[in-house]
Design a protein around this ligand. Structure first.
Ligand code: NOJ
Length: 446
């Protein structure tokens, strides 16, 4: 019989991010992030919503950590807002640090292991105004911020995530333009930002290991399983392969193998900073673990008219979809196996996985059975990969509670805890009870 029990030391957790939950973006000496600016531009966000209040976690984090304790999670992944901590170049805001200090202390008092994300897209506006990640100077600013956090929390926090989904930041922020900083068709911006973010990660790894004992640092990578629409056609296979290079390998290969994926490089080298090859020498082997954010798969067909990549995404016939994406649990299994076969079986965590649901009149907002089904199927693939020797050590559900879903505003809800965005009241959904029971037993009942 297949083993359906996770080991007792498997790290069950939930994930959130600063701009999506905190609110009070300018409190206590913080300065604006690019998301603060972007979300206040009319027409950028669904219903013109923004993160001014969000879940008001800035004032209610104690209640939220109590919920984490009741869920019995062993770990909590959250991000720090850079412009709260470094409101101006080179200046540290103690009040900002104190906020996160209260969170870390409270988590530890409840035996919950903090996993801190340094960069979950809320770049300080002052940095963006200096050219943001397009400029190499961003690396030094990132290191100043990172060193500050390692110094402040390194004695108690041992798991660090330098970057969250750099591909999404780069593509949506520089090419599509529907996310901050909101540039369109700026390939140079996209590849410069990519390179400087990855280089920052590599340097942060070195600094962390020099200054903090027994700590680990990785990247939470957006991973999408890409497939050719018509597998018998070579041109569709090539299209899917190039998209795999772009979405997945572009952000893992440099920090593991010390190189950019070759097929992609052939097309994009001209958009990278001049010194990129030199930098790659210090980028390899700088992931202590790989974080996988997994939600979906995508099919691609060859398209003559799409510049650079010649690939166009098309819905996979016959696949079920959530409110945002197609559903393909096997993609998670495939990507986990790939960590074993292609990346030396580095330790890995599912740093995000979750299911969006909109509230509709006439349906109980607390009954999220569809979410439970999605989670079960995905967690089953995690277990399968684990049973086959993949060194997957934990699973962080996105998300602890409904929150600001970027360009979709508050409409798209990912929480296992409901937030009433008028009263800010938190209420457990069916999935929260289900997750608590799974954590308690470690047994996945399908
Ligand atoms: C990825 C991002 O890291 C997170 O911020 C976002 O809310 C979820 N996926 C859902 O889209």
């Amino acid at each position: 019989m297949e083993n359906n029990k996770f080991p007792d030391d498997f790290l069950w957790g939930t994930s959130t991010a600063s701009y999506q939950i905190e609110g009070s973006p300018l409190a206590d000496g913080a300065t604006p992030s690019i998301w603060h600016k972007f979300s206040h531009i009319p027409g950028k966000i669904k219903n013109n919503e923004n993160g001014d209040i969000a879940c008001d976690y800035y004032n209610r984090y104690e209640e939220d950590i109590e919920n984490l304790a009741k869920l019995k999670v062993k770990a909590y992944r959250f991000s720090i807002s850079w412009p709260r901590v470094v409101p101006e170049p080179g200046k540290i805001n103690q009040k900002g640090l104190d906020f996160y200090k209260r969170i870390v202390d409270k988590l530890l008092s409840r035996n919950i292991e903090p996993f801190i994300t340094l960069f979950h897209w809320d770049t300080p506006l002052w940095l963006e105004e200096m050219g943001g990640f397009r400029e190499r100077a961003s690396v030094d600013h990132f290191l100043f911020y990172g060193e500050t956090l390692f110094r402040e929390f390194g004695d108690r926090v041992k798991h660090w995530i330098s970057l969250n989904e750099p591909i999404v930041y780069a593509i949506q922020g520089y090419v599509i333009g529907d996310m901050a900083p909101g540039y369109k068709r700026n390939l140079k911006g996209m590849f410069h930002a990519t390179h400087h973010l990855l280089l920052s990660h590599a340097k942060l790894n070195a600094i962390l290991h020099k200054s903090v004992k027994d700590a680990q640092i990785g990247i939470a990578e957006a991973q999408i399983w890409t497939k050719p629409l018509r597998p018998n056609l070579k041109r569709d296979r090539n299209a899917a392969d190039l998209m795999d290079n772009l979405i997945n390998r572009l952000y893992i290969d440099p920090v593991t193998k010390g190189k950019y994926p070759e097929k992609l490089l052939a097309k994009t080298a001209k958009h990278l900073p001049k010194a990129f090859e030199e930098d790659l020498k210090e980028m390899g082997n700088t992931c202590d673990f790989i974080g996988i954010n997994y939600y979906t798969s995508q099919s691609y067909r060859y398209s003559l008219f799409t510049p650079l990549i010649h690939a166009r995404e098309v819905p996979t016939p016959g696949y079920k979809r959530s409110a945002m994406w197609e559903i393909y649990p096997d993609g998670l299994y495939n990507l986990l196996l790939r960590v074993k076969t292609d990346y030396g079986n580095l330790p890995c965590y599912i740093t995000e996985n979750g299911f969006p649901l909109k509230e509709v009149k006439g349906r109980d907002p607390l009954d999220d059975t569809e979410r439970i089904e999605y989670l079960k199927e995905h967690i089953q693939r995690v277990l399968k990969a684990k049973n086959e020797g993949v060194d997957v050590r934990g699973y962080f559900l996105w998300s602890l509670m409904d929150n600001f879903e970027w360009e979709h505003g508050y409409d798209m809800r990912f929480g296992i805890i409901r937030v009433d965005f008028t009263t800010l009241e938190r209420t457990w959904k069916k999935s929260a009870y289900w997750y608590r029971d799974l954590i308690k037993t470690g047994v996945l009942n399908l």
